[in-house]
Structure formats: C-alpha cells, structure tokens
Write a protein that binds this ligand. Structure first.
Ligand SMILES: Cc1cc2nc3c(=O)[nH]c(=O)nc-3n(C[C@H](O)[C@H](O)[C@H](O)COP(=O)(O)O)c2cc1C
Ligand code: SF4
Ligand code: SF4
Length: 267
C-alpha cells in the first residue's frame, strides 16, 4: 500500500469530480489524501508521499493561473517525485498539459503518465447558445478512469522513472490568434461580476471558496474585486442562490454546482 497525494485545482468542480473518481478507484489499494491546492500549502511535505496526482482545468488553452502559480512557487526537490498529471477541458486543451508537465519537471516532479479528460464546459454560460455535449463528460469516462488508475498502479510499482511529456501540438500557436480576442471578451464579463443583493444571503461561500481572494466579507453581502480573478467561474456556478452574475442574460442559466456534478459520481 502506497501513500498518494492527490492535488487539484478546480473552478466550477469538474476537476474535483475527476479527482474524486480517481480517488474512489485508487483507495482500494492505497492510502490517498485529496487536497484542493491553496496558498498555504506545505511544500516540504510533498516528498513524504510515494506518488502524487496533479489535476487542473484548462483555461484559454493553458493551465489555469492558480495551478501555474502554485507550481512556480514550489522548491526544486532534491529527489525526483513521480506524478500522474491530468487536465480537464470543455473541448480541447491545446498544449496546456505539456506546459504544466514541463514546469513540474523543472521542480523535479516527473510526470510518468498523463491524461486529458473532456467534460462539461464551465464557460458555456458565456455563450448565447449551448449544445448538450457542453453538459457532459466524454463517452467512456469510466473506462478512462479505470485505465488511468491502472497506469498509476503500474508506475507506483515500477522502480524506473521515465519522463512522459505530451507531444507538442503544432496547430496550437494558431490558437494564440484567437486567444487574445477571446480573453478580452471573457474579461469584459469578468470585470462585470457582481452579486444580486436581493438574492444574496451573505452565506460567504464565495468568499471562502475563491482561491484568488477576490471576494471580501461585507455587512449585507460580499464585495468583489476583479484584480486577481482568473475567471474560473467557481463563484458563479456554486453560489446557492444564483446571485453571482456578470450579465442579465445568464441569471437563470443552469449552474455546474455540487448537485450537477454529483450525478457523474454515481454512474
Ligand atoms: C475562463 C475559461 C476558459 C476556458 N478555456 C477553455 C479552453 O481553452 N479549452 C477548453 O477545452 N475548455 C476551456 N474551458 C472549459 C474548462 O476547461 C472546463 O469546463 C474544465 O473542465 C473546468 O474545470 P473546473 O470546473 O475544475 O474549473 C474554459 C473555461 C473557463 C471558465
Ligand atoms: S455565495 Fe452567493 S449567496 Fe452566498 S454570499 Fe456569495 S453571493 Fe451571497
Ligand atoms: S472571483 Fe474569480 S477567481 Fe474567484 S471564484 Fe469567482 S471567478 Fe474564480
């Protein structure tokens, strides 16, 4: 039985759902500890584990800002640490997995296996029209989770450490042409994030959940500052009152919250 640390960053909850599915498979054979990454993480403890999992969402074909900064703050570990690295995305991840795998390598965290999981597109809420595939995980998710768990088990019992970097996708630089207007469009909405005072119950979930400390407590309702917001949409999808909005048009749209993701844990 090995000791595994499962680290993940998540906005709406899709990456957390995948981390939970992996945990369910792996805990049959190992001790596994799940941790959503946070600013006060104790980096010194990481080499105490036999194996680590690192999961993160892809935003704008790159690893989310929070996971990138989390890895950049890591020390360079003296001995190599074996890892399974995965990303979740709505359509495709560009080179985001490759980018994070390389950043981890610079810290002596060696990706011995990796995976991309297509799931609900948390940014659907920005678009005027939506398709049913934006609300689902890819077909064969459960087989992919089984396969990933098998790969992890194989790598844990393998004495050799072989670095497995995802191939560079040549067409991705073309996306950079779209990235700039896309980001500008998303950030137009980001700067308009606010809460509806008549819906907000001042429960402070948005304050406690935001990894970028964008919400601060207030007497009647929390206040938002866009400065460090990575627009992960965590607060939008998880406000129990649908009180966090950035446009009138999305007020009553479906939220990807705990209840929404729980059905994928039952399948
Ligand atoms: C700001 C933003 C940008 C996104 N960019 C991409 C993208 O470039 N490619 C993609 O396939 N999905 C993209 N998505 C969808 C997310 O990658 C996908 O829904 C992910 O699984 C969300 O995981 P989370 O709920 O753990 O944050 C984006 C979502 C957001 C909020
Ligand atoms: S999570 Fe929603 S209801 Fe709770 S404090 Fe934030 S905006 Fe208000
Ligand atoms: S304020 Fe920004 S960074 Fe924080 S949870 Fe909301 S969208 Fe994510």
């Amino acid at each position: 039985m090995s000791n595994i640390l499962s680290l993940f960053h998540t906005g709406s909850g899709s990456t957390k759902t995948v981390a939970t599915l992996l945990e369910t498979k792996l805990k049959e054979f190992h001790n596994i500890e799940m941790q959503r990454v946070h600013q006060d993480f104790d980096y010194k403890k990481l080499p105490d584990y036999d194996f680590i999992l690192i999961g993160f969402p892809t935003y704008f074909w790159t690893p989310s800002k929070f996971i990138t900064e989390f890895v950049e703050k890591m020390p360079v570990y003296e001995h190599p640490v074996k890892a399974f690295v995965y990303t979740t995305c709505g359509i495709y991840n560009g080179n985001s997995l490759r980018i994070l795998v390389k950043k981890l390598f610079n810290k002596n965290i060696i990706a011995v296996a990796h995976e991309t999981i297509k799931g609900p597109a948390s940014d659907y809420i920005l678009f005027p029209v939506s398709a049913s595939l934006m609300f689902e995980y890819e077909n064969g998710l459960s087989e992919k989770i089984d396969r990933s768990a098998r790969k992890i088990n194989e790598q844990i019992s393998n004495d050799k450490i072989s670095y497995n970097v995802p191939a560079f996708k040549l067409y991705v630089p073309l996306n950079n042409l779209l990235k700039w207007p896309g980001k500008k469009w998303f950030y137009y909405y980001r700067d308009r994030l606010h809460n509806l005072e008549d819906r907000c119950t001042n429960c402070n979930l948005c304050v406690n959940n935001c990894r970028n400390n964008c919400w601060s407590e207030g007497e009647n309702h929390p206040y938002y500052k866009s400065e460090n917001c990575e627009f992960c949409l965590g607060c939008v999808h998880n406000c129990p009152e649908k009180a966090v909005i950035f446009s009138e048009g999305m007020t009553n749209k479906t939220r990807f919250n705990k209840k929404f993701y729980s059905k994928f844990l039952k399948k």
